[in-house]
Design a protein around this ligand. Structure first.
Ligand SMILES: Cc1cc2nc3c(=O)[nH]c(=O)nc-3n(C[C@H](O)[C@H](O)[C@H](O)COP(=O)(O)O)c2cc1C
Length: 197
């Protein structure tokens, strides 16, 4: 099949787009508001875009608390999600008021960030401490903006030492959860190697 992506005329019962851009890693983003209240929410429009230096980006569908907090403080942390944290991650996606601490809602303990006045998810296998670089508004066809790209510079990285084996990160052992389409997820449970020419 082919369809016009501007009209989004796929003719299917559900939009297939996110089932095609898959798997998407999940950024479980912790932030604080100007009063220092903690916020935690998952974002699967997420990836890394450079390694010298490290930049990551998150897509916000609407002006959500996470984006508001990032603009207020210039800081955020991206916690990675292991399979055992998946249900807690999902609980933290509930649409709640800005003053609700989703760490408590999700039932996950906080640990302090090293470089930012932010909490991170203590049980997360890895966490990127980030400084806001730019927020890019993404225009829609009605002349407005609903979506935003949030670009951040990674300034600190936590790795759970249990996953460092013989000097390498054992990604498969972290059992990282990724988002597919619809309500589907995938878990990274094995790795295979292909050397570059
Ligand atoms: C696995 C998962 C991935 C999500 N990815 C995104 C995303 O990439 N962008 C987005 O705007 N919302 C995403 N959401 C929805 C947000 O988590 C949800 O709107 C949340 O309430 C936002 O919280 P906040 O207002 O505290 O930032 C996702 C939800 C789940 C469960």
């Amino acid at each position: 099949m082919f369809y016009d992506a501007i009209k989004n005329s796929h003719g299917l019962p559900l939009d297939p787009f996110k089932a095609l851009v898959a798997p998407r890693p999940i950024a479980w983003v912790s932030t604080v508001n100007a009063k220092g209240q903690a916020n935690l929410a998952p974002y699967s429009f997420f990836n890394a875009f450079s390694e010298d230096p490290f930049y990551v980006a998150i897509g916000s569908g609407g002006y959500k608390h996470t984006l508001s907090n990032i603009e207020a403080t210039g800081a955020f942390a991206v916690n990675l999600v292991s399979h055992e944290l998946a249900e807690a991650m999902s609980r933290s996606s509930a649409a709640v008021e800005a003053d609700v601490d989703e760490f408590e809602l999700a039932g996950v303990a906080k640990a302090p960030c090293n470089l930012m006045p932010l909490p991170r998810v203590a049980a997360s296998p890895a966490c990127f401490e980030c400084k806001l670089h730019t927020v890019v508004p993404l225009p829609n066809d009605q002349g407005g903006v609903n979506d935003y790209l949030i670009l951040g510079r990674v300034v600190g990285i936590h790795i759970d030492d249990r996953f460092i084996v013989n000097g390498r990160v054992n990604t498969a052992a972290m059992q990282l959860v990724a988002r597919l389409g619809y309500s589907e997820y995938a878990t990274v449970t094995e790795a295979w190697r292909l050397r570059r020419p």
